[in-house]
Design a protein around this ligand. Structure first.
Ligand code: SAM
Length: 254
């Protein structure tokens, strides 16, 4: 089968998994349930979103990021749109937020005209998207010149599949193991019993080069240490306190 069709088919299968497990995400990562969102992710987006007037969030989930953007930037905002392929996310988003238009759609085919937004946000989404070339090109197309792209990912270097804290009692060594960083890889992870979520790993250079090819240039990059609320959840997290879990990029379209 040709590469394009194979990717298309897998992309749709991945979206089906998100449709089935939307509730798992909503219960565990939204409305205050997750310290990384509360203490780190939402404050970063809030800070970087200030002053923009028309906002699109790609892969909005149940809408928590846009709710935060709305509460802090409402004076200047005139258009706020959240897009997600999962009906089970969009339906909940509509009940939890006001002042936002939510619709179904997928990053590789954004249903908007060129230059429609001065801010596009993608928060922990691209690591679930197979058609990354098309998706970044679409973000660049709908973003107006000088517009901002806020791009948050699970850190692709230090959180590669197979990475994690190793406490070797035989060799008496403790260290953070890095998985196969250079290998692009799609895996379906069982994140909780019977909950299967697709993850796509790609090296950081793959993202950065693609962004630059599409006229998106980095203005600021954050690799914050895991926040206190997260470290307090388990002793082994404390051991990895200097290993960032999040990568946050603020880019401008030139
Ligand atoms: C980890 S959740 C993040 C949700 C939200 N951005 C947040 O931070 O709360 C990932 C979301 O990406 C969505 N998603 C998966 N494939 C997508 C695609 N091709 N285009 C846009 N969103 C997608 C999923 O349906 C899911 O809601």
């Amino acid at each position: 089968m040709d590469e394009y069709l194979k990717n298309r088919e897998m992309e749709l299968a991945n979206q089906e998994l998100w449709e089935s497990h939307a509730k798992w995400w909503q219960e565990n990562f939204s409305e205050g349930a997750d310290p990384e969102y509360e203490e780190q992710i939402l404050p970063i987006v809030e800070q970087w979103a200030k002053g923009h007037t028309s906002v699109l969030e790609v892969g909005t989930g149940e809408g928590q990021v846009l709710r935060r953007v709305l509460t802090t930037t409402s004076d200047s905002l005139r258009l706020v749109v959240g897009l997600d392929p999962a009906l089970a996310q969009v339906e909940v988003a509509k009940t939890r937020s006001s002042g936002v238009s939510f619709l179904r759609g997928s990053a590789p085919q954004l249903p908007f005209l060129r230059d429609s937004f001065d801010l596009v946000v993608a928060c922990l989404v691209f690591e679930h998207i197979l058609e990354v070339d098309e998706a970044i090109s679409e973000v660049a197309r709908v973003l107006a010149p000088k517009g901002t792209f806020i791009f948050l990912l699970n850190h692709p270097l230090l959180q590669t599949p197979g990475s994690g804290w190793i406490d070797d009692h035989i060799l008496m060594e403790q260290y953070w193991r890095i998985g196969e960083y250079l290998t692009e890889d799609v895996s379906i992870e069982e994140v909780q019993k019977d909950v299967f979520i697709p993850f796509v790993h790609r090296p950081l250079s793959r993202y950065v080069n693609l962004l630059v090819q599409n006229g998106l240039y980095i203005e600021e990059m954050l690799e914050p240490p895991p926040p206190k609320g997260f470290l307090d959840q388990a002793w082994e997290y404390q051991e990895a306190a200097s290993i960032p879990r999040l990568l946050a990029l603020r880019l401008t379209k030139r």
